[in-house]
Design a binder for this molecule. Structure first.
Ligand code: ATP
Ligand code: MG
Length: 349
């Protein structure tokens, strides 16, 4: 039985429909990542959950209680913002205790709870600092502590890590994840970053133009994308059509019948540069998967590997390898059948 239920939710700004029939069921203690490109409706969905905007149609309930039209303060949902949204003139302790004061908690109870939260988010000793004296990572931890202080039924986080630099971001992301596991809060986190979603979430919902394209475990979304959009968004950076394969003798496909669509239907095949093996034309020819013969045009050093652009007729494909293949080398690319994501061309937008 799910804890947070969003059903057939529709939201528009004036004439413009921003969310279309969103269905999402979240279990208690689960963390869902909402992943999608800019403007697809992620923040709008969080705002609707918090009661900051009106819903045109559909329902939202928590533990069986309908909150679709409840005022924000009656929902017990808190939001952590990308910009932290802390009170600059207040200390760390006063920021964390702010929601408790509004709820008319007694002074000594607030102090005790704030002390507890400072420990939880690793900020012990900073209670009396002004938030303006803190680093970005510390500020975001204050914002998290403030949100957790009231023990929300659902915590929503809108790109909480985007203002942090890469290294701090990795730390804070692990901190949030381990806190979520330890305290067991139910949460929705918005991110643009596919890796962040993969690492943090129990399940990921991929949004595109106001619709959920796919919802599933990180493994489902990464290894079994349900639509071309999800394949592309999750980093399948190469694509090639079945028509190209028929026309081009340098490209052959041996895939199992069940991964292929009905014969006669045009197909689009997606795959990641990381899944492409590079070999010489004289190597023995693989007997399964996608095989492409071409010429290396360029290689770029990415730190842990080299990314090659390989030309085959009018196609330019990307292939990663630990070793660098020189420009001009004739190569054979091989993508195992299990790494191919095949869709009917009619689904490709
Ligand atoms: N107050 C508003 N009035 C009118 N249109 C709005 C308003 N807020 C958002 N929109 C539109 O709704 C759509 C979804 O916006 P939203 O902020 O939910 O996107 P998002 O997925 O959070 O994007 P980003 O990743 O850039 O934060 C966009 O097309 C946006 O222009
Ligand atoms: Mg947003």
């Amino acid at each position: 039985m799910s804890y947070l239920n969003i059903s057939r939710l529709k939201i528009s700004y004036g004439e413009k429909v921003v969310l279309h029939n969103i269905d999402l069921a979240v279990a208690k203690g689960e963390m869902i990542a909402l992943l999608g490109p800019s403007g697809c409706g992620k923040t709008t969905l969080l705002n609707a959950l918090c009661g900051f905007i009106n819903v045109n149609a559909g329902d939202i309930s928590i533990a069986g209680r309908d909150i679709t039209h409840s005022a924000p303060e009656q929902r017990n949902i808190t939001m952590v913002f990308q910009s932290y949204a802390l009170w600059p003139h207040l200390t760390v302790a006063k920021n964390i205790g702010y929601g408790l004061k509004l709820r008319k908690w007694r002074r000594e109870d607030i102090d005790r709870r704030v002390e507890e939260l400072l420990q939880i988010v690793n900020l012990v000793g900073l209670a009396e600092m002004k938030v303006t004296e803190l680093s970005g990572g510390q500020r975001q931890r204050v914002a998290l502590a403030r949100a957790l202080a009231i023990e929300p039924d659902v915590l929503v986080l809108d790109e909480p890590l985007s203002n942090l630099d890469a290294k701090v971001r990795l730390n804070v992301r692990h901190e949030i994840k381990s806190l979520q596991k330890r305290l067991g809060f139910t949460s929705l986190i918005v991110t643009h970053d596919q890796q962040e979603a993969l690492v943090m979430a129990d399940r990921i919902a991929v949004l595109n133009q106001g619709r959920i394209e796919q919802i599933g475990t990180p493994e489902d979304i990464y290894q079994r994308p349900a639509t071309p959009f999800v394949a592309d968004f999750m980093g399948a950076d190469n694509r090639i059509s079945s028509v190209d394969i028929q026309r081009c003798p340098q490209i052959t496909l041996h895939a199992s019948a069940d991964s292929l669509l009905p014969p006669g239907q045009q197909q689009m095949i997606y795959f990641r540069s990381a899944d492409v093996g590079i070999g010489q034309l004289t190597d023995s020819r693989p007997d399964q998967g996608l095989i492409i013969e071409g010429t290396v045009e360029q290689s770029a050093f990415l730190g842990n590997l080299y990314r090659h652009s390989v030309r085959c007729n009018n196609h330019l494909l990307l292939a990663d390898a630990g070793a660098c293949w020189q420009a001009g080398s004739s190569v054979r690319l091989h993508v195992p059948a299990t790494a191919l994501h095949i869709f009917a061309s009619s689904h490709v937008r």
